[in-house]
Design a protein around this ligand. Structure first.
Ligand SMILES: *[C@@H]1O[C@H](CO)[C@@H](O)[C@H](O)[C@H]1NC(C)=O
Ligand SMILES: *[C@@H]1O[C@H](CO)[C@@H](O)[C@H](O)[C@H]1NC(C)=O
Length: 113
């Protein structure tokens, strides 16, 4: 039996509202099987911003997954996620969900500051 996951994505910006159209997330959707991994990229084009924060939203709760400061990833412990790449302007910060389970199905947000 194959279980299909839908990980829908969205973008928000924490500090300032008019800059949110300069934060980008790809791909828009990820469909993977249990035990596989999923990768999501976030980038921004805002001068002087160098942090990307990741959140998971499920059951109306927003869970902080960790952040990247410049090129240093700081995932929260015990969540099975990696944060790699760069949070500098026009670079990709990659969130990896290492082993998908049913509870991985959620909306994942990134924010830049
Ligand atoms: C994420 O960004 C990295 C580095 O730029 C790139 O190699 C990779 O293909 C991208 N992956 C996705 C899922 O967009
Ligand atoms: C970031 O990832 C996207 C795909 O997710 C890719 O199109 C783009 O070239 C990447 N940017 C950099 C700077 O690697």
């Amino acid at each position: 039996m194959i279980v299909v996951f839908c990980i829908a994505l969205n973008v928000i910006l924490v500090s300032g509202s008019s800059l949110s159209d300069r934060v980008y997330q790809t791909p828009a959707h990820v469909f993977n099987k249990p035990k596989e991994m999923a990768k999501i990229n976030c980038s921004h084009s805002i001068d002087s911003y160098n942090q990307i924060l990741w959140y998971k939203q499920s059951n109306r709760q927003l869970q902080f997954l960790g952040y990247m400061f410049s090129t240093s990833g700081n995932p929260e412990a015990g969540l099975g996620v990696k944060i790699e790449g760069s949070a500098e302007k026009d670079q990709n910060c990659t969130l990896t969900i290492e082993e998908l389970s049913l509870s991985s199905s959620a909306v994942y947000f990134c924010a830049a500051r």
